[in-house]
Design a protein around this ligand. Structure first.
Ligand SMILES: Nc1ncnc2c1ncn2[C@@H]1O[C@H](COP(=O)(O)OP(=O)(O)OP(=O)(O)O)[C@@H](O)[C@H]1O
Length: 251
């Protein structure tokens, strides 16, 4: 099976500071991969490299078998960036308009959205359970609702890979649970390959197929039951964070 994402011997630095060192990682079709690691460990940087938003110092990244610098089929990938939902309540766009903006890459410059685009918007909103809010102003929704709208925007191009950078910041436990159920549905029922950055070991342990732990290097990678051990978490986060993560995980 050809990997959806293949990272080989990847090095990256900001200025002189090495941020990622010798990362090797493959994501296969149908994987649900959680990227974990302490603050500042390089998770967002890795995602931005995979999406071609940053250039590696050395190493190779392939998307659907194509080197990232030559990859052009960006509609095959949906991306929900970190802090997508810190919206000013006065921001004037409606839910429908925000989701439709996810089709602009497919449409190309100057082309007006047509019936197929409207249908894709409707379908994406149905998928995330937000069709009833299509005419509401995005800034007036709760954090959890906004998060769903941003996932709909990432889904509206019908991607095969969805990448989410810490999508659950600020969600309460109920919203968190239904959010992860949605991701599970996208992965299991629709076959969308998922990569999500998360600190939430509890949700991860139950739902994802693989966990990759990053701390400048790839510390460990594999099935949650094998990777999320106390020893690995301690190696990854160190003692103070381990206590918090551990209790949450067991709770
Ligand atoms: N634009 C930038 N210029 C210089 N250094 C940066 C820049 N962006 C990030 N860094 C540094 O790179 C390192 C990795 O940052 P990154 O955001 O990838 O970590 P992260 O694991 O995603 O962190 P968090 O969990 O806090 O979001 C950090 O030390 C950060 O300070």
């Amino acid at each position: 099976m050809k990997p959806v994402v293949e990272v080989r011997d990847l090095f990256f630095s900001y200025g002189g500071e090495l941020i990622l060192e010798g990362i090797n990682l493959s994501v296969l079709p149908g994987d649900f991969l959680a990227l974990m690691g302490p603050n500042g460990s390089g998770k967002t940087t890795l995602i931005r490299l995979v999406l071609g938003l940053l250039k590696p110092l050395s190493g190779e990244i392939r998307l659907f078998g194509v080197p990232v610098q030559r990859f052009r089929q960006w509609h095959r990938i949906g991306y929900v960036p970190q802090k997508a939902t810190s919206f000013d309540t006065r921001f004037p766009a409606t839910v429908e308009e925000v989701v439709l903006s996810g089709r602009f890459g497919l449409l190309g410059p100057g082309r007006k959205p047509g019936r197929e685009d409207r249908r894709a918007v409707e379908e994406a909103l149905e998928l995330v359970g937000m069709a009833g809010a299509r005419h509401r102003v995005i800034g007036c929704l709760s954090g959890g609702q906004q998060q769903r709208v941003f996932i709909a925007r990432a889904l509206v191009g019908r991607p095969e890979l969805l990448v989410l950078d810490e999508p659950v910041v600020g969600l309460d436990s109920r919203a968190l649970d239904s959010f992860y159920s949605l991701l599970e549905h996208l992965n299991r029922d629709l076959g969308i390959t998922l990569i999500t950055v998360t600190h939430d070991t509890g949700a991860v342990a139950q739902r994802v197929s693989r966990v990759a732990c990053i701390n400048r290097r790839l510390v460990c990678c594999g099935a949650p039951s094998r990777v999320l051990t106390a020893a690995n978490l301690s190696r990854l986060y160190g003692a103070p964070v381990r206590r918090v993560v551990h209790s949450h995980w067991e709770g």
